[in-house]
Design a protein around this ligand. Structure first.
Ligand code: PA5
Length: 397
């Protein structure tokens, strides 16, 4: 179960009349959202695709000891952050999933090459456009490594391409070499592609994707509350609260906040508007950014993600440590609110696959509504192209 409270510790910042007036437009906004072409993520996934993904994952596990997932932005953050949430902190499983493609660091890529040289690995390269630089560079380097070790015929077993169905360099390469492929549907953009093969294939290696799919669609019933969250954020923005800080109390949720930052940042940060997303991992960051939040420039509001129960039973002074962690959370909410920081709360009873999958759908809905309330297109990211053009020009000199 997931509970939401966007009122108790934000009420003094929200004008009730303004809230009611904007909230009363909910049905109009739901219709507007559904009218966008890029809402394939709100439609059901085909059972045939789910079976193909499971078959491919089983084949990978049966034949290799490592899968390297290559992708960036929306093409990697979904499955990466999800798996970080459920992975053990100290993991000694024999099969590993390595994420690459997010950096041009030569040190990192050289060390990765050396590491993989000793492994029996295969690659899943994920890019909707098929032309993203970081992904392409990493893919070429690792493909060269595969080529040094195996025949062209063997590469067909070891390379899986997830990309656009009909266009792009990766699509063309898959056609020429007869590589295995999965599609990213035309009507789903990167950061909304959680329930596509882009994320479900890497996740199928370690999780039951039926649970993920079920939890995700459970999130549909949160559409009203997702709109309420978007309205609350928008009204806080009108009060000069232009930064949203996502606060989590479990280190394993850190990558999830990276997913949130990308989702909200790319969805609503355009045309000179939007709320800047940031995150703090508590209690660690209470000893760094906590000072700014409590007493600094009042440009922030916070969204706390709380987990009520834990299956770890460590005690300190005869009290459950998880309970102490949550007592700290509740106290921080009160302290920050008293310091002029509105605090919104999302509480999962358990940190489990179903709840997290529902929450992912909830946040995708909220981000899209937020963009609509800012009058910007939720599904494009024209700003990302600007640096790419500069890089292209600089490399051509
Ligand atoms: O959310 C998005 O659309 C972006 O973050 C993309 O996922 C990211 O830029 C990677 O693009 P591509 O999948 O084309 O390599």
């Amino acid at each position: 179960m997931i509970k939401f409270d966007f009122k108790t510790y934000a009420k003094s910042f929200i004008n009730e009349e303004e809230f009611n007036s904007l909230y009363s437009r909910k049905n109009e906004m739901i219709e507007k959202l559904k009218s966008y072409e890029m809402t394939g993520w709100m439609k059901p996934i085909s059972p045939e695709l789910v079976s193909d993904i499971k078959r491919c994952a089983k084949n990978i596990k049966d034949n290799y000891d490592c899968l390297v997932v290559i992708g960036i932005g929306g093409s990697f953050l979904g499955s990466y952050s999800f798996s970080k949430l459920f992975q053990k902190y100290f993991d000694d499983r024999s099969f590993s999933v390595i994420y690459a493609g997010t950096t041009l660091s030569s040190k990192y890529l050289e060390e990765l090459q050396h590491h993989l040289d000793k492994k029996n690995f295969c690659i899943n390269v994920i890019s909707k456009s098929g032309s993203t630089m970081e992904t392409t560079v990493t893919y070429q380097i690792l493909k060269d490594l595969l080529r040094r070790k195996y025949s062209e015929e063997e590469l067909k077993n070891r390379i899986i391409i997830t990309t656009d169905k009909a266009t792009g360099p990766l699509h063309e390469e898959a056609m020429v070499h007869n590589y295995q492929t999965f599609d990213i549907p035309e009507n789903i953009g990167g950061r909304y592609s959680f329930l596509t093969a882009a994320h479900l294939l890497p996740l199928a290696l370690n999780y039951n994707i039926d649970d993920i799919i079920e939890g995700y669609y459970e999130g549909e019933r949160l559409i009203d509350i997702a709109y309420e969250y978007a309205v609350t954020r928008r009204l806080l923005f009108n009060q000069r609260k232009v930064v949203e800080n996502f606060c989590v109390y479990e280190e394993s949720m850190s990558a999830f906040t990276e997913w949130l930052k990308q989702l909200f940042g790319e969805t609503e940060g355009k045309d000179g508007v939007g709320i800047l997303p940031m995150s703090t991992i508590h209690t660690r960051d209470l000893h760094s950014l906590g000072q700014f939040v409590q007493e600094g420039n009042k440009i922030l509001f916070e969204t706390f993600i709380k987990v009520t129960n834990s299956d770890s039973f460590i005690e300190y002074n005869k009290q459950e440590l998880h309970r102490i962690n949550n007592i700290v959370l509740d106290s921080v909410v009160k302290a920050h609110y008293s310091g002029g920081v509105p605090c919104l709360e999302i509480e999962m009873t358990e940190l489990d696959i179903e709840n997290v999958s529902s929450l992912i759908y909830f946040f995708m809905l909220s981000a899209a509504f937020s963009a609509i309330l800012f009058n910007v297109d939720p599904f494009n990211q024209p700003g990302v192209e600007v640096y790419k053009k500069e890089v292209k020009q600089a490399l051509e000199k």
